[in-house]
Design a protein around this ligand. Structure first.
Ligand SMILES: [Zn+2]
Length: 322
């Protein structure tokens, strides 16, 4: 994944070269049209440099060359200014000045330029950015929930779902300054957790808050890959995105020494950096603790930093079928 996106980013970077050459020629034509003397000077300068190169090949040194070139360049600058062009108008055009659109930097041009790394990272992130979804607070349909009181409670599942929806919408509206910064959805499947997770993601997107949405399975796969290939860059977006939404925690395979450690490192780093994270799990809090240790669970249930929201009731998917 990392390698493919790097190669693609490199190609994109290098594809700018012919476009930028065209821009240089267009600039030159424009300048010469307004001031033909510039054209003459450019021609003379080019010929003198070519001549100089040929002489150098034959071992003849032309001492006047640097002076002449400098004089012509200065005259070109004066003319550009006189005709209202910026002083760099005839300079080579590069989209990235660091690598001059070669994609590489460093002494022997062996390292990927930061523009390539950044673009590659962007492409990976795009794969996890929210796809267009119809699941939003506006399309949240509480009629799928029963309006009978839940056993032992004075509240119906529909009313309870409305409370949860309201809380999630408030969280989403306040992004990135939501209090607390993090939410944990827990409870059995089919209670609308994924729907509300996606509704938060959609709201974030509408508000221009950078969000990544990922299942725990995909996340842990990426972590495992990064761990074994030592490509930490593959994980960076999960550490840096303003909002990270992790769905279905508890369904991913457990890799010894990896799942729990990496997950703790991620959650801890995100909580410490005061970024926003929403996690959804079908596990109960005691199951969560048994699977991910006390260390992770206590972070996720520390109400100062993370609000646990319990989803209650009957599976709406089963209700729909009947
Ligand atoms: Zn570059």
């Amino acid at each position: 994944m990392q390698r493919d996106s790097l190669l693609q980013a490199l190609q994109e970077c290098r594809a700018r070269q012919p476009l930028n050459r065209q821009q240089e020629l267009a600039n030159e034509r424009q300048a010469v049209e307004k001031c033909p003397e510039i054209g003459t000077l450019l021609e003379q300068r080019k010929n003198a440099i070519l001549q100089g190169l040929q002489s150098a090949i034959h071992g003849i040194e032309i001492t006047s060359l640097p002076d002449e070139t400098l004089r012509r360049s200065q005259r070109i600058q004066t003319l550009l200014a006189q005709h209202g062009f910026p002083s760099d108008f005839l300079d080579p055009v590069y989209t990235c000045v660091l690598c001059k659109d070669t994609g590489y930097t460093g002494e022997h041009r062996k390292e990927f330029c930061s523009c390539v790394l950044r673009r590659s990272q962007e492409m990976i992130s795009e794969q996890f950015a929210m796809a267009d979804t119809d699941e939003s607070f506006e399309t949240f349909d509480d009629s799928v929930f029963s309006d009978e009181s839940m056993p032992g409670l004075d509240i119906s599942q529909r009313e309870y779902a409305q409370v949860l929806r309201g809380r999630c919408e408030q969280y989403a509206n306040q992004l990135p300054d939501s209090k607390p910064k993090n939410l944990l959805f827990y409870g059995r499947s089919g209670l609308g957790k994924t729907f509300l997770l996606r509704a938060i993601a959609k709201k974030a997107q509408q508000q221009g808050v950078a969000a990544l949405s990922v299942t725990a399975n995909t996340l842990l796969n990426a972590m495992r890959k990064a761990y074994f290939s030592h490509e930490e860059d593959g994980m960076r977006m999960f550490y840096e995105t303003q909002l990270l939404l992790i769905d279905d925690l508890g369904t991913e395979p457990m890799w010894e020494n990896i799942t729990v450690e990496q997950l703790f490192a991620l959650i801890d780093a995100r909580f410490t950096s005061r970024l926003n994270t929403v996690i959804s799990t079908n596990l109960s809090l005691s199951e969560l603790q048994a699977r991910y240790t006390e260390r992770i669970t206590s972070r996720l249930t520390d109400v100062r930093v993370c609000q646990p929201l319990r989803f209650l009731g009957n599976d709406i998917r089963k209700r729909r079928e009947t």
